[in-house]
Every structure is written in structure tokens, then in C-alpha cells.
Design a protein around this ligand. Structure first.
Ligand SMILES: Cc1cc2nc3c(=O)[nH]c(=O)nc-3n(C[C@H](O)[C@H](O)[C@H](O)COP(=O)(O)OP(=O)(O)OC[C@H]3O[C@@H](n4cnc5c(N)ncnc54)[C@H](O)[C@@H]3O)c2cc1C
Length: 494
């Protein structure tokens, strides 16, 4: 076990990409799962708080320890198996998503959850139920997890195969490898029927795997993951379409979404069926122009879409997309169409750049992130979007809006120039959360709650339901050592 204690050695573990900062006393880096289990047992006996660190790209302060120690899983990073015939992979938690994707591509396999950032650990993407552009078609990480091995906060190990431990109604019973039986009562909480990643997954007859997926390290440490894979799409149509105004861009997204859903229902292979539908407002495009000078001047909005195709349906699909773009006044002259894989990756980088530059901005200005991760039901989205933009614009604080609009999921990032603006931006952020909740939406569609969104989770679910969720943690983590401060305020754990 490597142990780092000196201030200069632990610098890299003090924050994450949200710039939320902590104060750990040391960082443990186990070289094997056995060392990790010993450490967890020691912390449990001695009541030492232990926060799990992935690669620190999280946007909620989840891996940041306000107190106690950190355990970094960075050395548990082996790809144990990639099974090309049966299309699955078994991984240790610290395999880098980007490296995994590169290896899969060489084998003509594909792992669709694509949380924009590639420099993250697979284990952390499971712990946060990460999702991204391609979740529009394929769903979030949860959909691809087949098995998990988890170290519980007392050092017990549980191995979970989907289908093996399924709740009887709201009663979930399972056994650890040592034979200890654990019975959990899952609270009856209505989850929003949209993309959602805030608080524990609670559902009648749910699978135990789903409780750990998205639990942000509060219930256990994931040490092995079996993921379902699919064939790498043979060809992918990819384009960034520029529009004079936002209304047209939104109309194209909504129309493409409707057609994609109809395609799924009818299984029609010559119709539009987008993998992802991403939006950028004019301010995001202006924010990116230094790095991407080919962005047309005075453009009002952009949409990036992708769709997989085969030689048989290529021509028909191109025609369908061209019609859709023209009917919605997309600028055919200035838009970007990928002609090969390298263009396609340029568009992927273009999308990544906007999130990356926001994080750079807040870090450079020594601020904390004030960016929404809100989703609302589809029929409420357009009105919600324009109201949110108006509220942000009226504040006079620089802001940019982009996101996974196919999923009605908005990242509106405020870019405060000083502390006074930061405080004002936080007030606006809260207003937007309350308005999304009122519309039946979620305060986090993909980043999770961590330490910076607990207040809004409480707004979303209320005291009683949060207390019920927290009771699951109290049952599994009696000494409250693991990822303390994530999801729940202290009051709910007493
Ligand atoms: C530019 C940028 C764009 C992003 N875009 C997206 C996006 O589109 N979608 C999205 O979902 N996220 C996005 N993110 C957020 C981030 O990449 C994801 O949350 C990712 O899953 C975090 O991985 P990490 O290894 O950096 O984890 P960390 O930040 O280190 O940790 C994240 C959380 O997981 C817990 N954890 C880590 N490993 C384990 C484990 N093995 N067992 C239990 N708990 C564990 C940590 O304690 C922490 O609570 C983006 C981030 C950046 C910087």
C-alpha cells in the first residue's frame, strides 16, 4: 500500500473538476483488492472516514474529502477480459474510459455510454451512472452493467449478477461472500420518468446492481465490473449544423427526436434514428471560436447529431437528414459534415471542448462550478429553456447554454467574473432547480449530487424521502465511514 501524506504529494487529490476543495489527512493507494479490503476494515473499526477517488473529473465534489482519508483506486486498473464472441468486458475500476474505448474499437466493439470526458475511470462512471451524447439512443451506464463486485463499508464483499438479487416489492435481500445476509428496505419513491442521476435508484422489484450504480460511492467500493458491449457501428453519419436562430435549431432537434422514437417503434431502417442530438447556443459558439475559428460569425445556434448507417440505407438516410435540415432552415453552406472518421472525432472534440473550457474558466478564476445539469419532461423543455436563458441574461452575468437536448437536458453554465457575481449566479441556479422540479424534472440528469447539490436534492425529494434514502446508507455503513458528505447532509445520517 502506498501512503501519501505530504502536502505536495496529495495536491492532485484535493479537488475535482468542479473545483470544490477538501482537506484529507492522507491518500492511500492500494496495490491489490486485498489491501483495499484491509484498509476498509481498519477504517470501519477505527471510525476513519474514507473517500474513494477516481480520476477527479467529477463535477460535484464527490471524490473530495472534507475530512478523513482518501483511497485512490488508480492501481486497480487491469482489463481482465474482453470477450469478443459474447460481447462483454470485465474490468477493474481504474481502467480509463478513453483507453478502453480505443481497445474496443480495434476489436470492432463499442461501449455506448459516452460521458463526454474520456479521462475518467470506469468504476467512477458506474458509481455516478454516467451518461452523455449517445445516451439518447442507448441509455446511461446502468443499462450496460451486467455484474459488479463491491466492497461494503465493513469490508464484506458482495458479488452481484443482474437477476440474482431482485427485490420482492421493496424488500431486497442479499448475501455477502462470507455468508452474511443483508435485508434492505427500499423506500417507495417515485423517480422522474426522464434521464435522472440524483440520489439512490429506488424502484419496486429492483435489482441490487441498480442500488450500487449511481450511489456515488456511499454504499460500497466497486472493484470489478462486467459490461455489456455491442458491435462497433459500421459507419456513422456526423454533422454540426448551424442555424440563424435557436428556435429553428430546437425544432430540428425535436423533429429528429420524434422520428427517432418512431423508428424505434416501427423498426424502420431507412428512417432518422439519431445516436445523439446535442445543442449549442450562440454564446457557447462564441466561447469556442478562438479554438474553432471555422465557426461561422453571427450564428444563432448549432446542433451536432450522429447516426449509424450501413451501405444499404446510406443514401436514403442522407436524404432524410438533408430534408430535415433544410426544412428547419439549417445553413447547408456553412455547416460541417464529417467525410471521414477523423472529421467525426473533430466534432466529438468540439463538443468536449465546450465543457472543458467552462471547467478551465472556473478553475482559472478560482470559482466553483455553477452549471446546471437539469432535465425536464420533453413537453416542458422548450419553455423551460427560454425561461432559463432569460433569467440568466437578465442577471448580466456571462453564461453559455448547451447540452443533450435530445434528452431535454440542459447545461446552462454561469461564468461569474467575481465573488458578487458568483453569489448571484448561485441564486439563479437555485431558481432554475426549483423550476425544473416544479415541472417534474430532475436536479441532476447525469453528474450526480456529490457535495455541491445536496440542497437541491432535498428540494427535489423533501425531508421524509431523503431520510428514507439515507436509511439505506445507515444500514450498510453503520459507522458512516464511506464517502461521507456525498448525497446527504449530516442531519439525515444521525
Ligand atoms: C469536461 C467534462 C465533461 C463531462 N461530461 C460529462 C457527461 O457528459 N456526462 C457525465 O455523466 N459526466 C460528465 N462529466 C463528469 C465526469 O467525467 C463523470 O462523473 C465521471 O464518471 C467521473 O469519473 P472520475 O474517474 O473522474 O471520478 P471522480 O471524479 O474521481 O469520482 C466520481 C465519484 O465516483 C466515486 N467513485 C469513484 N470510483 C469509485 C468506485 N470504484 N467505487 C465507488 N465509488 C467510486 C467517487 O467517490 C466520486 O463520488 C464531465 C466532466 C468533465 C471534466
Amino acid at each position: 500500500m502506498i501512503v501519501k501524506k505530504n502536502a505536495d504529494e496529495i495536491q492532485n487529490y484535493l479537488s475535482d473538476a468542479s473545483n470544490f476543495r477538501g482537506n484529507p489527512d492522507c491518500v492511500y493507494i492500494p496495490e491489490s483488492e486485498e489491501e483495499l479490503i484491509e484498509l476498509v476494515k481498519k477504517c470501519s473499526w477505527q471510525n476513519i472516514k474514507l473517500t474513494v477517488a477516481g480520476n477527479g473529473t467529477g463535477l460535484t465534489g464527490g471524490r473530495v474529502a472534507e475530512t478523513g482519508s482518501i483511497v485512490s483506486l488508480e492501481l486497480l486498473n487491469k482489463i481482465i477480459e474482453i470477450n469478443e464472441m459474447e460481447k462483454f468486458a470485465v474490468l477493474e475500476p481504474a481502467v480509463l474510459l478513453g483507453e478502453f474505448n480505443t481497445i474496443l474499437k480495434q476489436k470492432n466493439l463499442y461501449y455506448p455510454p459516452d460521458p463526454t470526458e474520456q479521462n475518467c475511470f470506469i468504476g467512477a462512471t458506474v458509481a455516478t451512472n454516467a451518461s452523455g451524447a449517445k445516451s439518447f439512443k442507448y441509455g446511461a451506464t446502468r443499462k450496460f452493467v451486467e455484474e459488479l463486485r463491491v466492497i461494503l463499508p465493513d469490508g464484506e464483499i458482495v458479488e452481484i449478477k443482474r437477476g440474482e438479487y431482485v427485490a420482492d416489492g421493496y424488500n431486497l435481500l442479499f448475501k455477502t461472500l462470507s455468508g452474511k445476509s443483508i435485508a434492505l428496505e427500499i423506500p417507495e419513491i417515485q423517480m422522474p420518468g426522464i434521464k435522472h442521476a440524483a440520489g439512490y435508484y429506488c424502484k419496486k422489484n429492483m435489482d441490487l446492481a441498480d442500488l450500487f450504480i449511481g450511489s456515488e460511492g456511499t454504499l460500497g467500493i466497486i472493484t470489478k465490473i462486467k459490461l455489456k458491449l455491442i458491435d462497433y457501428p459500421s459507419d456513422i453519419l456526423s454533422a454540426v449544423i448551424f442555424f440563424d436562430n435557436e428556435k429553428d435549431a430546437l425544432k430540428m432537434i425535436f423533429e429528429a427526436r420524434r422520428l427517432s422514437r418512431e423508428f424505434k417503434a416501427a423498426n424502420n431502417s431507412t428512417s432518422i434514428n439519431a445516436m445523439g442530438l446535442e445543442f449549442f447556443d450562440a454564446d457557447s459558439l462564441a466561447f469556442l471560436r478562438d479554438e474553432f475559428p471555422a465557426i461561422p460569425q453571427n450564428t444563432g445556434a448549432a446542433v451536432w447529431f450522429e447516426q449509424d448507417y450501413s451501405p444499404e440505407n446510406e443514401e436514403k438516410l442522407l436524404e432524410e437528414w438533408m430534408n430535415l435540415i433544410e426544412n428547419n432552415n439549417g445553413d447547408m453552406e456553412k455547416s460541417w459534415f464529417a467525410t471521414d472518421e477523423s472529421d467525426r472525432f473533430k466534432f466529438i472534440n468540439f463538443r468536449h471542448a465546450v465543457s472543458g473550457k467552462v471547467n478551465e474558466f472556473i478553475s482559472r478564476n478560482n470559482m466553483r462550478k455553477v452549471g446546471t445539469d437539469l432535465a425536464v419532461p420533453d413537453d416542458k423543455f422548450e419553455e423551460f429553456y427560454f425561461t432559463a436563458k432569460k433569467t440568466a441574461a437578465e442577471s448580466g452575468i456571462r453564461n453559455i447554454a448547451y447540452g443533450h437536448f435530445g434528452d431535454s437536458h440542459l447545461h446552462l453554465n454561469m461564468l461569474p467574473a467575481n465573488e458578487a457575481e458568483f453569489k448571484q449566479a448561485k441564486i439563479i441556479y437555485k431558481e432554475l432547480c426549483l423550476s425544473a422540479i416544479k415541472l417534474g424534472g430532475t436536479i441532476s440528469a447525469e453528474h450526480g449530487v456529490g457535495k455541491i447539490k445536496r440542497e437541491y436534492l432535498l428540494d427535489m425529494f423533501g425531508n421524509e424521502r431523503i431520510r428514507k434514502m439515507a436509511s439505506i446508507k445507515k444500514q450498510l455503513d453503520r459507522n458512516l465511514i464511506l464517502n461521507y458528505g456525498n448525497i446527504f447532509f449530516e442531519d439525515f445520517l444521525n
